[in-house]
Design a protein around this ligand. Structure first.
Ligand code: HEM
Length: 435
């Protein structure tokens, strides 16, 4: 028997999950404890848990028993079947091996100046007195960075066209589009599904064109690496598989970082003491990406941003063989979801969890099953190091350039934004001054 959970109709559970995920999770834990079963329409039985011991067991379970690729089936309409997010087994391991190195070490650090320049450009028109959603500028930065890293685009048409196509496509995606298939169907160009399908076709064409160009003239970008890769039988990835991985990196690599940066600005503009700490650290640090990426308080602020209201509430695994841990027996087909949000709100791990307090990351190091903003085990986010590097450099650039004031309430409120969760209204800020 699975742990108890809400008895409401699966459609009601799905609607609450889509509309107000964090209050829904709080209510489930209050009623049923930290490990409970949801029945979300179309997704069967899913055990959600905030128990670090159980999460550790999930993250270290055999990958032929608990499968993350199948657990990410909600992403299939966006990234396809041949994506590192939706693959399992040997094909997953192959693609992951290929895609990981460019986002680490020296290759990653080569992007430091590109990130800083992209941030400067995105806020160049932030004039004193203007009020705007910070998310839009943060999205422009993270999309530019990932387009350069993954596809190797230079300044000019490719960059602008890529940014426009992907931003337009994502503007048609909401939490409801992700979870309700009907909303993705094409009922004509004015229907949400129709708009999505048309914008999706534009993005796909752009990506197939760029694949053809890189095949003719390889560069040192990730797409060129994927084109050159061969499987055990010496076969290359076909164009559809290449496109699947491009969309994966473009979406996973920019939506997440854009929302995290918007969260960071939403929190910093409501926490003057925390902001003062960042500014005083920056005042003595060299204006150099590597030095900035090592600043301890800035790092703690980024972690606390990802802890308190993470961009993903859960990660998901599907049992393809029966799996047991302690009293839990998971049958084939059932799902288990380490719950990032609820684990990050456990008072025994994070005292007064609703308080924004970066100091906790200075005082203590958290294990991967205690701080899981980037997931865990062999499926942990392959862009984690890159995302943290980018967040710190962008925040340093923004905070050194402008003085901001929040126009929201005392603490930010979460809403689903495209595929992730971000601050309501996109983190509205007023520019007080340019520095
Ligand atoms: C703050 C920013 C980010 C957050 C919070 C985040 C979070 C996550 C999470 C929770 C997962 C699922 C892990 C699991 O199932 O255990 C994931 C997977 C993934 N992320 Fe990220 N991510 C971020 C940035 C990035 C960036 C910048 C990239 C690309 C460079 C990226 C690429 C990926 C990929 C390819 C996967 C699939 C990994 C696999 O299944 O093997 N992410 N990310």
């Amino acid at each position: 028997m699975l742990p108890p959970g809400p008895s409401s109709h699966p459609l009601v559970q799905l609607v609450r999950w889509v509309q107000t995920p964090y209050p829904f999770l709080d209510a489930c834990r209050a009623a049923h404890g930290g490990t409970f079963t949801l029945r979300l329409l179309g997704y069967g039985e899913s055990v959600f848990t905030d128990d670090p011991d159980l999460i550790h067991a999930v993250f270290t379970a055999p990958t032929d028993t608990l499968c993350a690729g199948k657990g990410n089936d909600v992403l299939l309409p966006f990234v396809g079947e041949q994506s590192v997010l939706t693959l399992d087994g040997a094909p997953h391991a192959r693609d992951r091996r290929l895609m990981t190195p460019p986002f680490h070490g020296q290759r990653m650090r080569a992007y430091g100046q590109i990130i800083a320049r992209a941030a400067e450009r995105a806020i160049a028109d932030w004039a004193p007195g203007r009020t705007l959603p910070a998310h839009a500028a943060m999205q422009a930065v993270s999309l530019e960075v990932i387009l350069r890293a993954v596809i190797g685009v230079d300044d000019g048409d490719d960059l602008a066209a890529g940014q426009r196509a992907i931003t337009d496509m994502l503007a048609t995606v909401s939490g409801a589009t992700v979870f309700f298939e009907l909303l993705r169907r094409d009922f004509g160009s004015w229907s949400p599904g129709g708009k999505y399908q048309r914008r999706r076709a534009i993005t796909d064409k752009l990506l197939y064109d760029v694949i053809a160009r890189r095949k003719a003239a390889p560069g040192d970008d990730i797409l060129s690496l994927l084109i050159a890769a061969r499987d055990e039988d010496g076969k290359p990835l076909d164009d559809e598989a290449l496109k699947s991985e491009l969309v994966t990196l473009l979406l996973a690599g920019h939506e997440t970082t854009a929302n995290s940066l918007a969260w960071a600005l939403a929190w910093l503009t409501t926490q003057p003491e925390v902001l003062a700490g960042v500014l005083s650290e920056l005042a003595t640090a060299p204006d150099e990406p590597d030095a900035i990426s090592k600043l301890p308080w800035l790092g703690a602020v980024c972690n606390e941003v990802l802890r308190i209201l993470p961009v993903f509430p859960i990660v998901m695994r599907v049992a393809v063989k029966p799996w047991s841990h302690g009293p839990l027996d998971l049958p084939v087909g059932a799902r288990i979801a380490p719950c990032i949000y609820l684990t990050h709100r456990r008072p025994d791990l994070y005292p007064e969890p609703e308080q924004f307090r970066p100091q906790r990351f200075i005082d203590r190091t958290f294990a991967p099953h205690e701080f899981l903003a980037f997931g865990g085990g062999s499926r942990r986010c392959l862009g984690q190091a890159f995302a943290m590097y980018e967040m710190k450099i962008v925040l340093a650039t923004v905070l050194r350039t402008v003085r901001l004031k929040s126009v929201a309430g005392p603490s930010p409120i979460a809403e689903r934004r495209n595929l992730a969760i971000g601050p309501r209204g996109g983190a509205m800020v007023t520019i007080e001054a340019r520095l």
